[in-house]
Design a protein around this ligand. Structure first.
Ligand SMILES: [Zn+2]
Length: 256
């Protein structure tokens, strides 16, 4: 099996668009549809034909291009079962633990409520890649527009069980601002300090900080680190209730 090909490109103000391609079966999926125009440009740059859209959640910068792309290409739209009525043009609904084949590539779906009630992520275990939408960002996590801290912490813990070398593709370039916040609550984490410097260097050259790996996120992302004594001290909460630590980190970030 050839590895899945990933084509990544900036969209709108700070989104990333993704096309994934199975060359052996000539299949191409867009992960979310922030901009139909940008996705069509990406397709023609690669010479690929759109066969699928995999939506993570209903927000307009993720599903807003669905109908235009479906009308233009006849592609099939996959999305969260828990939020099917808010996904324009949905053809197939997926939820926690569902698996499907994208050509030769198994895809496992996880429900990750928190940012929205029906958010899902797509994990390709044999390719060691995952598309995590607005659930996990590089050094951050999605805002809790529809869910609770407990839901989001449960969702993040599902992702934390994947192998450390899993490559994480998130939907936004928020890393530099996330790093600034992370340093306010865990300045004594050398891995975070080093990563923050690396991120500043990449952004100074206008290069993406995405993707990252689960291993790197676990070492540096404050939203995956409520077990850190330094973070617990910074938010004024001991480690007996990791949901409460997570909730306080999220609340501080909201005000940052
Ligand atoms: Zn969103």
């Amino acid at each position: 099996m050839q590895p899945i090909q990933v084509h990544m490109f900036p969209c709108l103000s700070d989104n990333y668009g993704y096309l994934i391609h199975d060359a052996e079966n000539d299949l191409t999926a867009a992960i979310d549809t922030p901009s139909a125009q940008a996705i069509e440009a990406g397709l023609s740059a690669k010479g690929w034909r759109l066969t699928h859209i995999f939506n993570t959640h209903h927000h307009a910068d993720h599903a807003g291009g669905n109908l235009e792309l479906k009308a233009a290409t006849g592609c099939k739209i996959f999305g969260p079962r828990a939020d099917a009525r808010r996904i324009p043009g949905i053809d197939a609904e997926y939820g926690d633990g569902d698996t499907f084949m994208f050509g030769n590539h198994p895809v496992v779906v996880f429900d990750t409520p928190g940012h929205t009630t029906g958010h899902i992520v797509y994990y390709l275990p044999e390719d060691a890649v995952a598309f995590v939408g607005d659930t996990l960002f590089s050094l951050g996590c999605g805002r809790l527009f529809e869910g609770t801290p407990k839901q989001m912490w449960n969702s993040l813990q599902k992702l934390m069980r994947w192998p450390g070398d899993t490559v994480l593709y998130c939907a936004h370039e928020y890393t530099q601002a996330n790093a600034r916040f992370a340093l306010t609550i865990e300045p004594g984490n050398p891995a975070l300090v080093a990563r923050s410097r690396a991120v500043d260097g990449l952004r100074a050259r206008n290069e993406p900080t995405v993707p990252s790996t689960l291993e790197l996120e676990k070492a540096t992302n404050p939203f995956l680190r409520p077990s850190s004594p330094e973070i617990q001290k910074a938010v004024g909460c001991d480690g007996n209730d990791l949901v409460e630590v997570f909730a306080r980190v999220r609340a501080l970030k909201d005000q940052f």
